[in-house]
Design a protein around this ligand. Structure first.
Ligand SMILES: [Zn+2]
Length: 281
């Protein structure tokens, strides 16, 4: 079992070409993935297969499988929105719907992506001003509806992302901010991860948020080796995703599942073909 997990950031719109627009890239990549005979499945399914592989069971459909995730949970994942410079952007959800309309429901019968969202409303409304354009484009109002489409899941990308543009008082991890590389205490892990899972679930028709993605893909030894193995079941988190540009295999730790990031680990359709070829091993 070698499953590459591909990650996009729907906020990354710096032009209208593949290399500088994650929406254009995702739409193109869906067609490339399909033409190569790969099947897109949900991250949830990858985690279940991984568990089966650990138990020595043969994962169904192993080989030729990829999963997709979207980080930071801006409204661009769900809503078509007018980018101030580059015009209307089709949402990641609607790009999947367009693909189904064009290629038919059998082309990718398990098509699914997971949107990793930031739980704190206060953090999101601040980030909406510091990182976007202050138009309230980091809402939680679509999370439940996204899950109901069957195409888009909602995962946990922490309480605040420990984002450096947020006030220290809001970020449990404190310090300079940035990644979760230095998270080494139970209290910080609870505040940033368990509280986030609870808040996402507490929404009306709240998503179950059983998967976690480390902000910037940076995990700490404490989270991977102590916190998640000990507390994952209690807080309802079943797996945690990093970056690292390698496929998920049966040797992967459930608390440090690697992903490939668009713009970093591949930048063209040709790169993607090589990536998939190399990941197959
Ligand atoms: Zn992020």
């Amino acid at each position: 079992m070698n499953v590459p997990v591909l990650t996009y950031h729907s906020l990354t719109v710096q032009g209208s070409d593949y290399r500088d627009n994650d929406h254009v890239a995702f739409a193109s990549d869906l067609r490339t993935i399909t033409s190569l005979g790969y099947r897109v499945v949900s991250l949830d399914r990858v985690v279940r297969w991984h568990g089966d592989a650990i138990l020595g069971l043969e994962p169904p459909g192993a080989g030729g499988t990829v999963a997709v995730s979207f980080d930071d949970g801006t409204d661009f994942d769900y809503h078509d929105l007018p980018h101030p410079t580059f015009g209307m952007q089709r949402s990641m959800l609607n790009l999947m719907r367009d693909f189904v309309a064009e290629a038919g429901p059998d082309a990718q019968p398990d098509l699914h992506g997971t949107s990793f969202v930031i739980a704190s409303g206060e953090a999101r409304s601040t980030l909406d001003r510091t990182c976007i354009v202050g138009k309230n484009w980091m809402r939680d109002s679509w999370w439940g509806a996204a899950v109901a489409t069957g195409l888009l899941g909602v995962g946990n990308h922490s309480w605040t992302h420990n984002h450096p543009s947020l006030p220290v008082a809001l970020r449990a991890a404190g310090g300079q901010g940035g990644s979760f590389r230095d998270v080494a205490s139970f209290d910080v892990a609870e505040a940033e991860i368990a509280t986030a899972a609870k808040a996402i679930r507490s929404l009306a028709d709240g998503p179950d948020a059983t998967l976690f993605a480390y902000p910037y893909g940076d995990a700490s030894d404490y989270l991977v080796h102590e916190y998640f193995p000990k507390h994952g079941a209690r807080i309802g988190v079943r797996a945690a995703f990093t970056c690292g540009a390698t496929p998920v295999t049966e040797r992967t730790s459930r608390w440090s599942m690697p992903r490939y990031v668009f713009g970093h680990d591949w930048r063209s359709p040709e790169d993607l073909v090589s990536l998939l070829h190399d990941a197959a091993g």
